[in-house]
Write a protein that binds this ligand. Structure first.
Ligand code: 2P0
Length: 357
């Protein structure tokens, strides 16, 4: 990076999130809006974060980005240029908090370019989508840098959404809904906090890595094919998601693990059923994933109650929600059922056992 005024440099971190009612399918690819609302738990864990530094200077000749130390082309990345443009449009006067000096007048921002350096702290084997934390972090860091003011509540989440849909949910902690919105300009396709991060301190999320291989079908292309071909997905979005959202939000607010867990598992299974219903079908889960599903059901059957709940995103790795008092027993059962290969980190490793709240 060239020289810059360090008062025009901001570093932020943002967490990832794991949906319990899944987003799958775009209503508008242009605006990146979903065909159904979704809800997720934000994972407040140091090793599941994006950390982004943004700096602005008149001496920078163009916007530049380094991702995990490697420079990426900004101009050819439409999502990235859209996020930068939209946050810039909200820029205000940048004032030094200590001295009150105006560092950049709103009208002068067009003379500045930004340099962005972002990395994530995810264990590479976890294969968790980094785009949610990454775009949430970028949006927030740029907003701080430009002293951006929202023109309506949730505007920053609407901007993060245009970087990556799931990113809008990572701007809040706790339990967060991305409402699909009804407006033609998608200004109401925003994230809303259902419960904050202090609401359910006993909730835990354990991450089980079934395969560290990169997924074969990206989410964006997979959901495009699903929207085009799956009747089940259409029915799910039109009739099934809304009542399930109401039920899981009520369960979360009541800290009712059985209700929360059942809705989580049913929705994960249905999401993967829509992938199978896609033509040609998409397989994200593998044999280990399916064995893990059975192990969780066996654990719950043993207890005669839902005390653990799996969910799988667009890949074979599981996130299993449970509560603090069941973590040790669940890990013991899982370690017996899925012995960790020699040299791999144990599933009780802090990097893989992430606290949800
Ligand atoms: C979710 N997923 O709700 C769902 C569940 C994967 C399965 O959001 O195209 O990376 O960037 O808007 O957000 C992954 O899709 O897709 C995702 P884009 P995104 O978390």
């Amino acid at each position: 990076m060239s020289a810059f005024d360090e008062r025009l440099c901001v570093t932020c971190s943002a967490p990832t999130n794991i949906a319990t009612i899944k987003y799958w399918g775009k209503a508008s690819a242009e605006l990146n809006t979903p065909i159904n609302s979704s809800v997720s738990v934000t994972l407040h864990q140091d090793d599941l974060k994006a950390i982004t530094t943004v700096a602005a200077s008149r001496s920078f000749s163009k916007d530049r980005l380094w991702l995990n130390g490697k420079e990426e082309d900004v101009e050819s990345n439409k999502r990235l240029t859209t996020v930068i443009k939209l946050v810039r449009a909200l820029a205000g006067d940048k004032v030094d908090a200590k001295t009150g000096e105006v560092l950049v007048y709103k009208a002068d921002w067009p003379q500045y370019h930004v340099h962005i350096a972002s990395r994530n702290t995810f264990p590479t084997a976890a294969g968790l989508a980094s785009s949610a934390a990454g775009y949430a972090c970028l949006t927030f860091a740029l907003a701080q840098l430009f002293a951006a003011c929202e023109t309506y509540d949730g505007e920053l989440t609407a901007i993060a959404r245009q970087g990556s849909g799931s990113a809008c949910r990572s701007l809040y902690g706790g339990f967060v809904r991305w409402q699909k919105g009804e407006r033609a300009d998608a200004a109401d396709s925003i994230a809303v906090q259902v419960a904050d991060e202090a609401h359910w301190p006993e909730l835990r999320a354990l991450i089980f890595v079934a395969s560290a291989a990169k997924k074969g079908t990206s989410s964006t292309s997979g959901m495009g094919t699903s929207v085009a071909t799956s009747e089940l997905l259409r029915h799910r979005a039109a009739a099934l998601v809304e009542p399930r959202l109401a039920a899981i939000e009520a369960a979360y607010l009541a800290r009712d693990f059985a209700g929360f867990g059942r809705a989580t598992m049913v929705d994960s299974n249905q999401f993967h059923a829509t992938c199978l219903d896609t033509y040609p079908p998409i397989f994200y889960m593998n044999d280990v994933s399916r064995a893990l599903v059975q192990a969780v059901h066996a654990f719950n059957a043993h207890h005669g109650a839902i005390r653990a709940a799996y969910t799988f995103d667009a890949g074979p790795n599981a996130v299993v929600y449970t509560t603090a008092s069941d973590v040790a027993q669940l890990l013991a059962v899982m370690s017996r059922a899925f012995p960790v290969p020699r040299g791999a980190p144990a599933c009780s490793d802090a990097a893989l056992a992430a606290e949800a709240a």
